[in-house]
Design a protein around this ligand. Structure first.
Ligand code: PMP
Ligand code: GLU
Length: 397
């Protein structure tokens, strides 16, 4: 093959580990294997019927054309109203950009703000795509790791130590993918206090799991007035409204950043899907769908119990999202008659091969001692998965 065929950018980039594991699980299923797929971070619920009806109506009303790049005014207005209603934050519609999923919002911001060599402080464990998106934009991730002993949350001292004169952005999610941990207002205040000393550092606050929180505890770091202008909120419809396939996200930022993201997006993809936009406006005006969150909480409680019952697992107790991220390093170096678990990758491979349970190893999340289980599935399946994992690991000594 011609060595020059592919760019270095793509050659060094890993495939998305979440999407890769999900595809492996789908392939095994297609071969008739009885796989339990706990790899993909996707609500198992269908999109609520009233949101689907809004989309059908949009089609009938002729929303079939390009919309303005930053989104339909009615959707941008709905986002402004949502930010006021749920987060008590004041924005105007010029600060809102509607994107093809939250993923694109993060890419827009990184491409808009980073020059080669600019550093992005990345709180680990982090969602797999952050690292690659930063690198695509020629940025340098500076990883700050918070382990299970600190509930996977970075503290003020760690943040301060990571900031240099090249730092341009700080990036984290709360509730977090992959840990489900959530920063309290007091914890955010400590981080904000550090950032007060660095007026050139901006923050991407990924709040896509906002509605999937179990104790009404979601807080945005944009709620600190002195910081708000430097925070880019990223959010979207995929998780809270079970709309992953609709590809609709959004961001809220100061007007300079928002305008530049619109310019980038205008060259890359144009506006998001028109029908999804109308449905999203309906959904955001309607508000949250609490039944789904209630179910996620029940499932979390069942699954925590099951995982805690497995020897060697250290299990976190998240307050949001739909993941458990146990530390499974106890198994490193242990073998059954056939295989040896050497790291989180071989751990996940063996669970898939022997227990037919698909997970995602912690390594691509920047947490090599852990493995991610998505419990966005029924209680029956969660219970079956718990039994399978326990039985499989029993043989490793
Ligand atoms: N951020 C986080 C933390 C996520 O888990 C996801 C999941 N896909 C996204 C962003 C992107 O979501 P989407 O592009 O589907 O809106
Ligand atoms: N965010 C989800 C996950 O972490 C969806 C897949 C992806 O886009 O990474 O599994």
């Amino acid at each position: 093959m011609d060595k020059r065929l592919l760019s270095n950018r793509v050659k060094v980039m890993p495939e998305s580990a979440t999407l890769q594991m999900a595809q492996m699980a789908r392939d095994l299923k297609a071969q008739g294997k009885d796989v339990i797929n706990m790899s993909l971070g996707e609500p198992d619920f269908d999109t609520p019927e009233d949101i689907k009806d809004a989309a059908k109506k949009a089609l009938d009303e002729g929303y079939t054309k390009y919309t303005p790049v930053p989104g339909l005014p009615m959707l941008r207005e709905a986002i402004v109203a949502k930010l006021k209603r749920d987060n008590n934050l004041d924005y105007n519609i010029n600060q809102i950009v509607v994107t093809n999923g939250a993923k694109q919002a993060i890419a827009n911001v990184c491409l808009t703000m980073l020059d080669p060599g600019d550093e992005v402080v990345l709180f680990a464990p982090y969602w797999v795509s952050y690292d690659s998106i930063i690198k695509i934009a020629d940025g340098v991730p500076v990883v700050v790791y918070a382990g299970i002993d600190q509930d996977f949350k970075v503290n003020a001292e760690q943040l301060r130590n990571a900031i240099t004169n090249k730092t341009k952005l700080v990036l984290f999610s709360s509730p977090s993918n992959p840990t489900g941990s959530m920063y309290s207002k007091a914890e955010l205040a400590e981080l904000a206090d550090v950032l007060k000393d660095y007026p050139d550092v901006y923050i991407i606050s990924d709040e896509i799991y906002e509605y999937i929180n179990f104790d009404k505890g979601h807080q945005s770091i944009a709620s600190f007035d002195f910081l708000k202008d430097r925070v880019i909120i990223v959010n979207g419809m995929s998780k809270g409204f079970a709309m992953t396939g609709w590809r609709l996200g959004y961001m809220a930022a100061n007007e300079t950043i928002a305008k530049s993201c619109i310019k980038i997006q205008g060259q890359f993809t144009s506006a998001a899907n028109s029908i999804s936009q109308v449905a999203a406006a309906y959904a955001l005006n309607h508000g949250i769908y609490p039944e789904m969150t209630k179910k996620f909480k029940e499932r979390r409680d069942v699954f925590i119990k099951l995982l805690k019952d497995i020897p060697g697992f250290k299990v976190n107790e998240p307050h949001g999202a739909f993941y458990l991220f146990p530390d499974i390093s106890y198994y490193f170096g242990k073998s059954n008659d056939v295989d040896t678990i050497t790291d989180s990758v071989s751990f996940a491979e063996i669970l898939l091969k022997d227990a037919m349970v698909a997970t995602v190893p912690g390594t691509p999340f920047g947490a090599p001692d852990c493995v991610r289980f998505s419990y966005a599935t029924s209680i029956e399946i969660i219970e079956e998965a718990g039994i399978r994992v326990k039985n499989c690991l029993k043989n490793f000594r």
